[in-house]
Write a protein that binds this ligand. Structure first.
Ligand SMILES: [Zn+2]
Ligand SMILES: [Zn+2]
Length: 162
């Protein structure tokens, strides 16, 4: 039996085996270090995950499956980006008439010319219909919407053209 073994276990085989073991140990150490660093970057529990990673193979697979999905920094950045986009979007609304995206300071829809807001007679700023004073120049806004007459005129003109 030992003769057969000694036939197979030549010095070359022994060297190859030693080499493989060294590689495996190096890989194992690297994996544990990677898990510790990755867990730190993701803001996870470093000590806990390092201990789990010490379990060969199973530890690192468990970490890959259960680790927090995003880097801590990325997460903050993404949240900021989303907040920014929402703010950007809140500046826009939709035209009630045609659905065209309009900014909240538009007075008229650039697409279908639907009147969207009142306009301050003094400074020309867009005003919310519920306001009775212009917040830009303090002009009192009369309760009767000014644009009604304009609209009427516009309609008559369009009618005449048609
Ligand atoms: Zn429109
Ligand atoms: Zn004004």
């Amino acid at each position: 039996m030992s003769e057969i073994l000694s036939q197979f276990v030549t010095p070359q085989v022994q060297a190859a085996f030693t080499y493989a073991v060294i590689c495996l140990i190096a890989l194992y150490v690297l994996v544990v270090v990677w898990v510790a660093r990755d867990a730190y970057k993701r803001g996870a529990n470093v000590v806990l995950w390092t201990i789990i990673a010490l379990i060969p193979i199973v530890g690192v697979i468990a970490y890959c499956m259960l680790r927090p999905p995003l880097y801590k920094l990325d997460e903050t950045e993404q949240e900021l980006e989303v907040a920014l986009k929402q703010r950007e979007l809140s500046k826009y609304g939709e035209c009630a008439n045609c659905g065209y995206p309009v900014r909240d300071d538009y007075v008229i829809c650039p697409h279908c010319h639907q009147r969207l807001k009142n306009q301050c007679p003094n400074c020309g700023h867009a005003l919310d219909p519920s306001w009775d004073v212009c917040p830009y120049c303090a002009t009192q806004i009369t309760s009767t919407p000014q644009y009604a007459a304009e609209d009427e005129g516009e309609r008559v003109r369009t009618h005449r053209r048609a």
